[in-house]
Design a protein around this ligand. Sequence first.
Ligand code: PLP
Length: 434
Amino acid sequence: AYAQLAELDKKHFMHPTTSFKQQHEQGPKFIFTEGKGIYLKDIRGNTVIDGLSSLWNVNIGHGREELGKAAMEQMKKLAFSSTFATNSHERVIELAEKVANMTPGDLNMTFFTSGGSEANDTAFKTVRYYWQLKGQTQKKKIITRKKSYHGVSMGASSATGLPAFRTFPSLAPDFLYVESSIEALEALIQQEGAETIAAFVSEPVQGSGGVNPPPEGYFKKVRALCDQHDILFIADEVITGFGRTGATFGMEHYDAVPDILVIAKGITSGYAPLGGMVISEKLKNELIDLSDGVYMHGYTYSGHPMCCAVALENLRIIEEENLIENVRKMGAEFQKGFQWLADRHDVIGDTRGIGLLGAVEIMKDPETKTRFDEPVSVKVIEEALKHGLLGRSIIYEGQDTLAFAPPFCINKEEVATIISIIDQSLTTVLKRDC
Ligand code: PLP
């Protein structure tokens, strides 16, 4: 069955984020068929630990039939209806209220999308629209951090601070990339002029850029700078939202409430495609006061009833099973495990993380920050797969990082298994190849 499907995959399925050549020559490594908890099973009978919750999104874990049931019940009753203009439906209203109750500060009103890229584009269009309504048409630049990841739509890839994602010509204009220090941000605002800057966007902890927590006190100062210069603050909580860091939202760790909070992934744990932009009560009221025409922005699937029903069930499970509490407890074990690895392996130059989001940085000589000639993390991830662990290696910008973000339902033994597989795999690769 594998061989036949692999041939068809090579022939007809254009994969996201892949090398055309590699796909053409090798075909799919895994054809997954089922999942349960932290485990995935493929068509050749291999079981692996889903150490990254697939794409940092299957937060409650695989195989929760309640979500399938919620989807089916909604689809039987009302599979689709429009939310444009004055149309609404029960599930989208319930979900918007639920999100308002979960988000910090006065973040109270949600615009729904099908994923994180669309949600970021929505935020970027909305901040520029807002300044236009206020008559400040020159306020359109958006500052984003180097090593950030915000998605791949035209706007979101333009906002992404990893140059690897900006190799497409003619991306969107007016995005500026800044180093992750408050001084660099201040200098850039001075240089460009605050009167030209619409917004600043950042993940609380950068995910795809290598699991990078912010510098000490960073977001409190960002919030103050934004207030001082009339710049809107967008937090991209696509990975960190709904519990990943041990708080409901990542920004809660850093005592800063953004004007706009962007969500996706964990809102449905990946069981259905859904994202959104949550705006503050203040911004909402200003938009009501300022606008005279129509906000000409909306996706066919803005607030899809089935996706909203799945999100509601997912959030119910996270709450009822105290899964964020488990993220805090297991996150402590997980980060302790990384520390243990760093103590055992001289090549681990840095460990980073929060909650069930973690990374180790590999260096030939951490003292002098010298790198191996070829990234070791790629080989460690390959080796770990042989022992049944799926993780990610991140090699952008000269990094050599192993990243993991397992599902919230993980237990202590499973955390220990992950750490032990990383330990074995790193030992094997260092002995064999370095
Ligand atoms: N923002 C962040 C922080 C992400 O990690 C991602 C996806 O990995 C996105 C945005 C894009 O979301 P999507 O792939 O759903 O468009």
